[in-house]
Design a protein around this ligand. Structure first.
Ligand code: BG6
Length: 512
């Protein structure tokens, strides 16, 4: 049996942050284990962590679902998910050892007996595999099921650790509500059973390597921070574009839309990391304090008819393939006004950012899949050239390429070779693929490991969730009264109104 002592290695934790951290004895229970997220992301991430030696030997994975499965059937499901979606190579020995810790509990959320069986299963694991009373519960289920599941966990005595050396944690996935008041209510439901320090809210963008690199870029260098303010920055554009459509996702997406799906969480978190002040340290509270300060200072800019845009993709051709429009996708109401494209203008009312617009946009079925943060600089105050020499000179920009081509680009003007003086934009690129031999772990690997380690830095607290809803809500209210979203052709960069919202101030969206 493994004991806590064997695993807590203070030298590793305290001395050198470059060394990998290995989770102590523990287990993970997944609710919603038959869902897409679990198959595509969670199960593969668990295997990848195990393959990298970051899980304890007695690690146990319990699946809970309304299926008549034995442990072996569950094992087969995990096996298929891992074979199909894991990032690291399949190794028989790693798999065999991991699979010894698989258990399945059949049941429904409202059935006391199923949760009692879960409690017995967990107690058995503590005894047989040394999970030592440390368990995380991953709620990969619709928020409407949070109240019943958290209540059941409390009733079955699973939500509270038996002693000071044990822990119980809950992991929740967005959507954290669909507006401010439902988010407040949801937070109350969860906090009634789990104290805030035991709640881990997943925003998987925060687990992405390039997103964490924003902190390194800004705070480990001297080069960027002096110009990271309204004296030099003209505006910031944060884009999350996807080329996929919403086939198969109507159940989740219809009535939710692009702004609630990703602006409320991923894009506002990216804004917070871009705009926040330097934290006093990288301890979780210091980081959150700074993010919260920025979110408190962030407001949408109106009039929304001109400063925001909302679109819905139409059928057409994309990448040589015929694709359906949203209203033809299975499961979407023919009258659906759900937006698949959203763009908003924000201001950050701090000394550093006053007067600098932050433009956020996201959409499905756009030209290509790309997420980036572009800090666009003001023009030089004076250009001692003939006007024709600088005709093709744009604005300097620093672009953090979040995905898929992870890295950074700097855009600036350079002389075109030749006798004449002609200045044109060029790019200087840093690419993860070229600079490092290691490949980046999947966001879910990082985040699941952090849950098991009890490392909360990358998980938004309820205050951040509520502030993000406060920022978005005036725009959502306006859209509700503003009729249907504007159609845009698949494979383009969104509706015309998105271009107009930029051109009214003489700016334009980047074409990544
Ligand atoms: C999810 C959204 O949070 O992020 C999806 O619900 C979106 O609509 C997905 O497709 C994109 O994630 P990634 O990591 O592929 O950019």
């Amino acid at each position: 049996m493994t004991t806590t002592k064997q695993w807590a290695n203070p030298l590793r934790d305290e001395r050198d942050k470059r060394l990998p951290r290995i989770a102590g004895p523990c287990g993970l229970v997944i609710f919603g284990v038959t869902g897409d997220l679990s198959r595509k992301k969670l199960m593969p991430a668990i295997y990848d962590l195990s393959n990298r030696g970051l899980l304890p030997p007695g690690f146990s994975l319990v699946g809970f679902a309304r299926r008549d499965w034995a442990d072996q059937d569950f094992g087969q499901i995990v096996y298929e998910a891992v074979k199909q979606h894991a990032r690291t190579p399949f190794r028989e020995a790693v798999w065999d050892r991991l699979a010894e810790g698989f258990r399945f509990v059949p049941g429904t959320f409202d059935d006391d007996a199923s949760f009692d069986t879960l409690a017995t299963t967990i107690a058995d694991l503590d005894r047989e595999r040394g999970t030592s009373g440390n368990h995380a519960f991953y709620l990969s289920i619709p928020p409407s099921a949070f109240p019943v599941v958290t209540k059941q966990l409390a009733r079955a005595g699973l939500a509270t650790p038996a002693g000071p050396d044990e822990w119980r944690r809950v992991v929740i996935e967005k959507p954290f509500g669909h507006d401010l008041s439902s988010a407040v209510a949801l937070n109350k439901v969860v906090n009634k059973v789990f104290p805030e320090e035991s709640v881990f809210r997943i925003d998987h963008y925060l687990g992405k390597e390039t997103v964490q690199n924003l902190l390194a870029l800004r705070f480990a260098n001297q080069l960027f921070e002096p110009i990271w303010n309204s004296h030099y920055v003209d505006h910031v554009q944060i884009t999350m574009a996807e080329d996929i459509g919403l086939g198969g996702r109507a159940g989740y997406y219809d009535g939710i839309g692009a702004a609630r799906d990703v602006i409320q969480n991923h894009l506002l978190q990216l804004l917070a990391l871009t705009a926040m002040e330097e934290p006093v340290s990288f301890n979780p509270n210091a980081l959150r304090t700074e993010k919260i300060k920025v979110l408190e200072a962030t407001k949408p800019v109106g009039p929304f008819a001109e400063t925001t845009a909302r679109g819905q993709y139409l059928g057409g051709w994309q990448g040589g393939q015929k694709v359906l429009g949203l209203l033809q996708e299975e499961g979407f109401a023919k009258t659906s006004t759900t937006e698949t494209f959203a763009a908003i203008t924000l201001e950050v009312n701090t000394r550093r950012w006053a007067g600098v617009p932050f433009y956020l946009r996201t959409g499905k079925r756009l030209g290509r899949r790309v997420t980036e943060i572009a800090v666009v600089f003001k023009r030089a105050p004076h250009l001692p050239f003939d006007e024709t020499s600088t005709e093709e000179l744009g604005q300097n920009a620093l672009v953090v390429r979040v995905q898929p081509d992870e890295g950074m680009t700097m855009r600036f003007g350079s002389k075109v070779p030749g006798n004449a003086m002609e200045v044109r934009d060029v790019s200087m690129d840093f690419s993860y693929g070229h600079a490092f031999t290691e490949s980046s772990p999947e966001a879910y690997e990082r985040l699941i490991l952090d849950v098991l380690l009890g490392e909360p830095s990358l998980f938004p607290v309820n205050q951040e969730v509520e502030l993000s809803w406060e920022i978005l809500e005036p725009v959502l209210k306006y859209w509700k009264t503003a009729g249907k979203p504007e159609g845009y052709a698949a494979g383009t960069w969104g509706p015309e109104s998105a271009d107009k919202m930029m051109s009214r101030t003489g700016r334009h969206w980047r074409r990544p």
